[in-house]
Design a protein around this ligand. Sequence first.
Ligand code: F0G
Length: 358
Amino acid sequence: MKKILSRRIGIIERYKEFMCVSDKTLECIVSLNEGDTPLILSEHLAERVGCDLRVYFKFEGLNPTGSFKDRGMTFAVTNAVEEGKKAVICASTGNTSASAAAYASRAGLKCFVVIPEGNVAKGKLCQAFRHGAKVIQIKGNFDQALEIVKQITEKHPIQLVNSLNPYRIEGQKTASFEICDLLGCAPDYHAIPVGNAGNITAYWKGFKEYKQAGKIDSLPKMIGFQAAGAAPIVHGHPIEHPETLATAIKIGNPASWKQAEAARDESGGLIEAVTDDEIVAAYRFLAEKEGIFCEPASAASVAGVIKLAKRNYFKGGEVITCTLTGHGLKDPDLALSFDDEVIVIDADLKKIEKIIVG
Ligand code: F0G
């Protein structure tokens, strides 16, 4: 019988020449057709900052579970299956847990997620529960949760699927490949939110590997942004009680700290802080002017570009790509926390017409 390929392939198959995969790995692939997300040209950012920039948004919120985590999770869960593991575990501020739960359910693995109680956006919590994960909420923060799951996986045959797992980084680096494939070259700058610092590590690895393979001639400067209340790399020391409304990046002691610094220094970029007000302004700008609904943490990359442009960091004429890491629907509570006019009215044509046309 003819085999019908009724699916778009995922990132492992698309970029297998850049991954360490055996025939066995290819047989074990657990994929939800992640990746291949759009690179959307900004219509209004250059005008807003008064600088001639060509800015693109890599909208990772359009991955299967609504965040960039799926790129790494397909590979981490595939590897767990290949190694015969029966369960996976992660600490999370929400997106990793949603992604782990989805891929584990597809693979028939148990999934345990350890999350900070009261600090995970509702959309993400819904996903972990609905995909059947065992959700353990701790009275503590992400950094404590990560420490606990690390110790558990040292003692028990449960696969850690946080970005300390090298397969996560390998999968996530494919976003860089896609950016270069779509642009036909490397950007001049790549802007990215920084939390646990796995993603900036992965992007930089991806860009370097693409250059080494002769696919691009230059490398971007990596510009990373942490939330001001959770900016350990910027301050140069761990933050014991991180604070920010961008709960996805509310992290005080990033696991890939050193690698993030290396990405910054090797590329000649920077890692800076953006305030919650700047994050919210960028989040609203993206939704209200660009038509892109991302989650608050994602907007940190754009908040950072706006901040740097205002202080004339860019010369003009540069190509800048910004990762928008997750979808806005992840955090409905924040989305509904603004002073929107709420209109409730009888189903009356005349009254409604009056509101619309006066
Ligand atoms: N943006 C979003 C939406 C995230 O969920 C995360 C991290 C980041 C940015 C930062 O990426 O950690 O690789 O530097 N979320 C993790 C989680 C911590 O558990 O979902 P990073």
